[in-house]
Design a protein around this ligand. Structure first.
Ligand code: C2E
Ligand code: MG
Ligand code: MG
Ligand code: MG
Length: 284
């Protein structure tokens, strides 16, 4: 009921919008400095075999080490970053840094580790993503299957020929392509038909709800069915409890990611996690 909104509330609303615009502009300036001064870093979150608990991969997740505000999560700065072409610059750095780290872990204790890298939309339109990916793999001596690029329908709308062409080349080269946050977008199903994909990442919102809400559980089961018929691998995101892990296993989802197995952590801590995972099969 629009009428019941008081003048004070409208004022607050407008002020909040202005504030957001100001913050965005502030961030835009700061983000340039962050790129120049190398204030970005990557955290890594383990992906595990849900039966054995063995680490199968890592997802590289961007963090901004802000000089005054400490370590910032992407939700705080991603919208500002994605407004310009800066995202492409950061994306190039993420790709190289994640490949370097993957190569190190594959030489040191985790020979089959697969690295997940989230793409920005801008990376399809600024520079040449295909060349960039191939060069990063070669620079660090990685086989294409060591890398899994994560895309969402937001960054890669399904009617975009440039995006499609890029993805086909990467797919043919042998790089993994995962559809992230599956089930949350408008076009999830049509994307499955148009995009060359190797894996579906089931969005954490369904995992969080699936034991309490039948609707979430049925989305999970339907997604797993679809993945089987498209011959795609699956991974469930946001697993926080053993009960969620068992439910997913029962529905034959074999891989997962979530706080139950580990939060995103700095590379040095992830190295220690690989060690203890090997020694004790920590999550079995
Ligand atoms: P995403 O790719 O879907 O990444 C998963 C997010 O879920 C991460 O948030 C991770 O910390 C969080 N998460 C993982 N397990 C759990 C869990 O068990 N419970 C809960 N509550 N959360 C969990 P994060 O690191 O804040 O990243 C948010 C989003 O920012 C990512 O969502 C991704 O879309 C974007 N992002 C992060 N790094 C990059 C990057 O390097 N490039 C691009 N283009 N986007 C990035
Ligand atoms: Mg992701
Ligand atoms: Mg996701
Ligand atoms: Mg997400």
């Amino acid at each position: 009921k629009a009428k019941s909104i008081g003048r004070g509330q409208v004022f607050l609303f407008v002020t909040a919008l202005r504030l957001e615009a100001v913050v965005r502009r502030l961030y835009a300036l700061e983000l340039h400095r962050a790129v120049d001064d190398g204030e970005f870093l990557l955290f890594y979150q383990p992906q595990v075999d849900l039966i054995t608990g063995e680490i199968t991969g890592a997802e590289a997740l961007l963090r901004w080490h802000h000089p005054e505000r400490g370590i910032l999560s992407p939700i705080a700065f991603l919208p500002a970053l994605e407004r310009g072409t800066l995202a492409a610059t950061v994306g190039t750095w993420v790709l190289d840094e994640a490949c370097a780290q993957a190569a190190y872990w594959r030489r040191n204790g985790s020979p089959n580790l697969r690295m997940g890298v989230n793409l920005f939309g801008a990376q399809f339109h600024v520079g040449n993503l295909v060349t960039e990916v191939i060069e990063a793999l070669e620079r660090h001596g990685l086989p294409p299957e060591a890398l899994e690029l994560e895309i969402t329908e937001t960054i890669a709308p399904d009617n975009d020929d440039v995006v499609l062409n890029c993805l086909h080349q990467l797919y043919n080269y042998g790089v993994g392509i995962a559809l992230d946050d599956f089930g949350t977008g408008y076009a999830s199903l049509s994307l499955l038909k148009t995009y060359p994909l190797t894996r579906i990442k089931i969005d954490q919102s369904f995992v969080h709800g699936m034991l309490e809400h039948e609707q979430d559980a049925s989305v999970i089961r339907a997604t797993l069915d679809i993945a089987r018929s498209f011959r795609l691998e699956t991974i469930a995101e946001g697993i926080e409890t053993e009960s969620q892990r068992y439910y997913l296993l029962e529905k034959e989802c074999m891989e997962g990611q979530g706080y139950l197995f580990g939060k995103p952590i700095p590379a040095a801590q992830f190295s220690a996690l690989i060690e203890s995972n090997k020694r004790s099969k920590a999550f079995a």
